[in-house]
Design a binder for this molecule. Structure first.
Ligand code: TMP
Length: 200
């Protein structure tokens, strides 16, 4: 069977990391995350998430793309080529949601930049763990990163952007209700993967 590439997306504190890690263990897939997942990417992640680092918006988009390019070349592409599944906690839709829909960069430009970074690789399936913004704000920890510090309107735009992408790409996206308890979310995620990719 051909190796599959699955991306988990969602707002901050949506529970997507828990699901991505669980699914990757279940499928014996390689698990990774963005920004990060490589030595270069993790260095970029600490710059990008640092609340004290005033990264300019276009620099932010480029650094996200740089992390992604490194991850695709060093981890995702070789793993898929060897026939092993890859599960990632965030991928290019995060750039569209955060740098595009929420921060106001042109969507087409962010997409172009991301596809340049990935050499046109896109996930076989994107699972959006959707949560109302008020709920994700409640779940947040005491030390918010640079993105978590943004106001509620910003996070609402992130959510709206994700929902729009899910609607327009319904052949490769699945929306899971993140307000349900973890067990129900897990069951719904597994069913989605099974019916979309005949996996899990
Ligand atoms: P997280 O992986 O812990 O959710 O944190 C990563 C943060 O980085 C999150 O707030 C979303 C943000 N982000 C972007 O703004 N653009 C991107 O392309 C990616 C991958 C993440």
């Amino acid at each position: 069977m051909e190796a599959k590439f699955i991306a988990f997306e969602g707002g901050d504190a949506s529970g997507k990391t828990t699901q991505a890690e669980r699914v990757s263990q279940k499928l014996n897939a390689v698990f990774t995350r963005e920004p990060g997942g490589t030595s270069v990417g993790e260095s970029l992640r600490s710059i990008l998430l640092d609340p004290k680092e005033p990264v300019a918006l276009r620099a932010e988009a480029l650094l996200m793309a740089a992390s992604r390019a490194q991850l695709v070349q060093d981890v995702i592409q070789p793993t898929l080529a060897e026939g092993q599944h890859v599960v990632t906690d965030r991928f290019l839709a995060s750039s569209l949601a955060y740098q595009g829909y929420a921060s106001g960069l042109e969507i087409d430009q962010v997409l172009y930049l991301s596809l340049f970074a990935t050499d046109n690789l896109t996930p076989d399936l994107t699972i959006l763990i959707d949560l109302p913004v008020e709920e994700s704000m409640k779940r947040r920890g005491n030390t918010p990163d640079r993105f978590e510090q943004e106001n509620i309107d910003f996070h609402q735009r992130v959510r709206n952007g994700y929902l729009k992408m899910a609607e327009t790409q319904s052949d490769t996206w699945i929306v899971i209700d993140g307000t349900k308890n973890q067990e129900t979310v897990a069951t719904n995620v597994d069913q989605a993967i099974l019916s979309s990719l005949q996996l899990a």
